[in-house]
Ligand binder design. Sequence first.
Ligand SMILES: Cc1ncc(COP(=O)(O)O)c(C=O)c1O
Length: 420
Amino acid sequence: MNQPSGISFSDIGSRLGGPSGIQELMDDCGEALSLHPDMRMLGGGQPAAIPQVQALWRQRMSEMLADGSINKALLNYDPPGGNPLFREAMAAFLRRECGWEVTRENIAVMPSSQSACFLLFNLLAGDTAGKKRRVLFPLLPEYIGYANQALCEGQFTACLPKITDTAPHEIKYHVDFDRLRHDPSIAAMAVSCPTNPTGNVLTENEFQSLHALCAAQGIPLIIDNAYGHPFPGVIHNGFQPKWQPGMIFSISMSKVGLPGVRNAVIVADAPIVKALSNMNAIVSLANGNLGQSILTPLLKDDTLIKLGRDTIRPFYRERSDHAKAILANALGEKVPWALHAQEGAFFLWLWIKGLPIPAAELYRRLKLRKVLVIPGHYFAFGLDQPWQHPNECLRLTYSQPPHIVQEGLEIIAEEVIKLF
Ligand SMILES: Cc1ncc(COP(=O)(O)O)c(C=O)c1O
């Protein structure tokens, strides 16, 4: 990486301070949203502006101003593992709504699920007593944000999926258990569900088999539920994974519509919760209080769970159907294409079979036409060998207003059709 003259960065400094896929993505999308209003933003994992959801946040902020709780939220440092009252409310919510046997000792509040994953991957894996321990991602493509989080070389490994045709122009990725080789160097397995970027949801069978494999090795199965269970609950097939001792679940406040508060929750065995809290004290001192204050009463009276079920999930389902219909109409039978089955999250994952240029080049051409997408290669990491498939794929977000999504998708189709 470029270093200022006269200053040398440490190995870890160079690893974290250099360019990365997630930094380019966040710069690109952040600039598009603030500096380039003419850019059609089909890029980031930004939640949509859903009027009922935004009204609820405004109502909570007014209540906090009126009852003075805003003063406490802004003034106080909480303990590094989170506000004890919020942890209690969260544990009660998870027991009541999800049937998870947890207490507040199983709940760690973190400054975001992004930083929670960073701390977790480096807590569990890396150089350990002279050996290298690794995190295994059992189902690529997987979230771009994990790709640069390892502090050691070779700390991540990953498994290619089985790709099945599920309908005309539709595919689904499955865990390829024949390829999934466990060895003693594996310290944890991690999967986002629904997966960013594909919207894939593990089948019950896959979830149970991964859990059994991890339990047999005495290692944690990490499920990142950023888009899924229990909130915002953008899972269309009803899958509700159950947390059990030995597992680690991550729940974000972002995709429910609060990325600005930077708060997330980790559900894990008490020693993991304690270690994460201790790490959080070193890195961040404490968490932001606003998200916890906004959500505490909404957890207690079940407003949050109803919001996901009755408003957020149907909203994204409709947007997803709308986007799919536009793309299907624009691409027709002119090129060989498939979308991943719409099982959850906020994305279309488009595979252009035999795309004549790399997806990264298509991204550049689309950006010139004021359409921002994410090329698929960013979502493949932890591999020893090149994998062509994601170079033929794009991740497309449909959370922006429908006319923007429509224009963007039609331009994408035009550019793709030109190539064949
Ligand atoms: C799968 C997944 N995990 C974690 C994150 C990070 O979320 P947070 O805003 O809580 O850091 C994202 C953000 O897009 C995501 O898609």
